[in-house]
Design a protein around this ligand. Sequence first.
Ligand SMILES: [Zn+2]
Length: 310
Amino acid sequence: MKRWLLMLLLVNATAVAESFEYPLQPQPVATDTYVIEGKTEDFSKQNGGFIVNTGFIVTTAGVVVIDTGVSRRFGEQQRAVIEKLTGKKVVRVYITHHHPDHFLGNQTYTDVPIYALPATRDGIKAEGETFNGNMYRMVGDWMRDTRVTPPTQDAKAGKETVGGHELEVIALQGHTAGDLVLFDHTTGVLFSGDLVFNNRAATTPHATLAMWLTTLDSLQALPFKTLVPGHGNVASDTAPIQQTRAYLQWLQTTLEDAAAHGLDMLEVMQTPIPADFQHVALVQHELRRSVSHLYPALEQAHLKPAKPAE
Ligand SMILES: [Zn+2]
């Protein structure tokens, strides 16, 4: 066999072995409502970045999608799975916030309105390209041909009936500067985005902890029946909200105490994890990341003012 032909066959075999198919399995969680649950893992070449929950609501007017996942491939496969399962067209998309695992599938949906809070669109315009590049480094060719596609419509807080479902957009912040929560009053399903994590440590690269804690109180007061967190299992009670709040309170106290005692970053990163959170996926990893995101500002705030010159 000619050498070039052999090479061609080998290249083809590799392409077949790496099919880049995400294992997308929509699970019914309420009437007309499905969630495609991601793994509670960090981004990797094995999972292709499928670490996030996305959802969809099947209305008489068509399908409403909540978050488009991590890549062009994800968005395309998500849309194909949705249209095959429901036999209906997607009519609109909501993006919960500007983190890459939630919106980088947008380019599949340019023919329908993509709603997000103005702060989310601004965040995507400012940081989207950096996120996209970072994702490529972390998960590789799963990201091929992914283009940053900002939302096209400003989501306004309030209720709107779409195909028989009374949907309420609630504009919040804390995890980021723009956290959109979608509450379906018809079914009682609350899509919280990353304001709530369930048995997966909260991420904080754009967080304001005090604001986030206040936001969790308002979420807990909502009369929902089903809670779809941004990461981790779907729940039918407030336990994931309480867990997220307890973890963030511990994180805040730990960082403030450490700053008051003048600890350096490496020391804070080695803080023992309390028993309540030891089973939470990625908790050690996220503590280290949170210290690197949040500690420098706290350290700065605790530095004693310089002695005035005499
Ligand atoms: Zn996030």
